[in-house]
Design a protein around this ligand. Structure first.
Ligand code: FFO
Ligand code: GTP
Ligand code: MG
Length: 455
């Protein structure tokens, strides 16, 4: 442990409010508090005091709290000054604290110190920021669960099983005369198999947690005039996009966050896909394809009078991205389902996708569409055991999984104990990045700098 300087920041949001809080953390905090207020703060006691300027004039009056190390949010000496919520007053107070020897905190520096002091692991520190950023009750509950260590504990349990499997492999290598037996009797492979199963469950849960945190990105694609922009407007509840009966109306990509059920989705409206000589429209089509390539989910809107359009559209969609097919305009005569179209191509187009028949004009079946989308976004999942997760965590878990599968292959197929051991070591390293037990140098800076100041 190295001695640290003392940091100060306004912890409450910018703007006027009932109360404004300035927080100090570091070894000089109690002394700075004493010089600011003239009293010696008692641990975990609320003092009503005057915050004084250098010349003794009252800057503000408020409450003073002192949490001595290590029993504080950061694990260092923490002082809170709870004054009136006026940004001018709070700035003056902060300047006074700087004059008394505190330095401005960087974004996330309080949480970073809590991490460095071992008060929170990395996933928990990230959950603090996610809790503050949560845009729905479900996302907030999930972040709370991560903050309480739910995610970290599950990572910890997997890590332990992985380390045990690794020890068995290492032991087998260390006793070469027994190695062949060890590797052949299938017990170690079974152990790794169990770790792989547990890993798959955790990855799935983390992906759900990430969807809750980040919201699902849903690209709306289809032929011109199918009703894509009408869909965006219907779900946004406003005339966000221009809708006309002219094919090729939408050219730019339009994004809109919409709430369905308890979840938030980002809908992406795009230009209708078709060959065109119009330079502007062609650029729109190019952008539509780019959105298609990076969406979490694709809604293909098809004019129900032309279900045969579906097969070609389906070919445009990247493999592996889940699809919803919306047969729109069922209010019009001539609307058909793909199966009824009698076309094999249309049937193939709908295979494996959820198909919903709607009219965006009359509103028919829109509720079913909403319920379906809410389910996709995780609102319908048992929120009870969901925890929040970030892309960083999901990425680390995917890399862990890759190494686990390789480890099993080395063992089972190649009978190469040393190579299996190395894969398990890499798996352990990737998994440890989540809670920060192992973290590459630049990772911490990247994580904490995205927090708010004062957090
Ligand atoms: N005024 C205020 N409200 C706040 C915070 C804060 O820092 N200040 N928080 C900041 O994020 C959150 C609460 N999180 C906190 C977590 C730990 C400790 C803390 O001092 N823990 C010590 C002492 C516990 C005790 O007194 O029983 C400990 O755990 O040892 C304080 C706040 C939300 N509300
Ligand atoms: N009858 C009927 N008309 C609809 C329905 N949905 C959309 N329309 C009409 O179809 C036309 C095209 O709708 P848009 O939402 O602009 O279609 P789009 O897919 O965004 O078209 P582009 O932007 O040109 O690719 C408009 O005149 C809409 O009013 C529907 O369910 N029934
Ligand atoms: Mg449009």
């Amino acid at each position: 442990m190295t001695a640290r300087d003392t940091i100060a920041a306004i912890a409450t949001p910018a703007g006027r409010g009932g109360i404004g809080i300035v927080r100090l953390s570091g070894p000089a905090a109690p002394d700075i508090a004493r010089r600011l207020t003239g009293i010696q703060p008692r641990p975990r006691h609320a003092h009503y005091v005057r915050f004084r300027d250098a010349d003794g004039a009252t800057l503000d009056s408020g409450l003073l709290l002192y949490f001595p190390a290590p029993h504080s949010f950061t694990g260092e000496d923490v002082v809170e000054l709870q004054g009136h919520g006026n940004p001018v007053l709070l700035d003056l107070l902060l300047q006074r604290l700087h004059a008394l020897g505190a330095r401005p905190a960087r974004p996330g520096e309080f949480s970073e110190r809590a991490f460095l002091e071992g008060r929170l692991d990395l996933a928990q520190a990230e959950a603090v920021a996610d809790l503050i950023a949560a845009g729905s009750a479900a996302a907030a509950r999930a972040a709370q669960r991560s903050l309480e260590g739910e995610f970290s504990q599950r990572v910890g349990r997997l890590l332990q099983a992985l380390v045990e499997a690794r020890l068995h492999v290492e032991a087998a290598i260390d006793f070469p005369e027994e190695e062949i037996d060890f590797l052949a009797d299938g017990q170690i492979a079974a152990r790794i198999g169990a770790v792989i199963d547990a890993h798959a469950q955790l990855l799935e849960a983390a992906e759900r947690g990430q969807r809750l945190r980040d919201g699902l990105v849903v690209a709306i694609v289809g032929r011109p005039n199918a009703g894509k922009s009408s869909l965006l407007n219907a779900l946004a509840g406003s005339e966000r996009a221009i809708v006309t009966d002219i094919a090729g109306t939408t050219r730019d990509v339009l994004r809109e966050d919409v709430r369905v059920g308890g979840a938030t989705l980002t809908l992406v409206d795009t230009a209708g896909l078709r060959e065109t000589d119009d330079t502007v429209e062609a650029e729109g089509v190019r952008r539509a394809r780019a959105e298609l390539a990076r969406a979490d989910h694709v809604v293909v809107v098809v004019d129900a009078r032309h279900p045969e359009d579906l097969a070609a559209l389906r070919e445009e969609c990247p493999a592996g991205v889940p699809l919803t097919v919306l047969l729109n305009k069922i209010d019009l005569p001539g609307a058909r389902a793909p199966a009824a179209a009698g076309s094999r191509a249309a049937d193939a187009g709908a295979a494996g996708a959820t198909v919903l028949r709607v009219s965006l004009r009359t509103g028919e079946n829109i509720d079913a569409l909403r319920a379906h989308l809410a389910g996709l976004a995780g609102a319908a999942d048992s929120v009870e055991n969901t925890f929040s997760a970030r892309a960083r965590h999901v990425d680390a878990l995917r890399r862990t999984g890759g190494h686990l599968h390789l480890a099993l292959a080395r063992l089972d197929i190649d009978r190469a104990g040393e190579l299996a051991a190395e894969e398990l070591r890499l798996a352990q390293q990737a998994l440890s990045e989540i809670t920060g037990a192992y973290s590459p140098d630049d990772l911490l800076g990247a994580i904490f700098s995205s927090f708010c100041i004062g957090k």
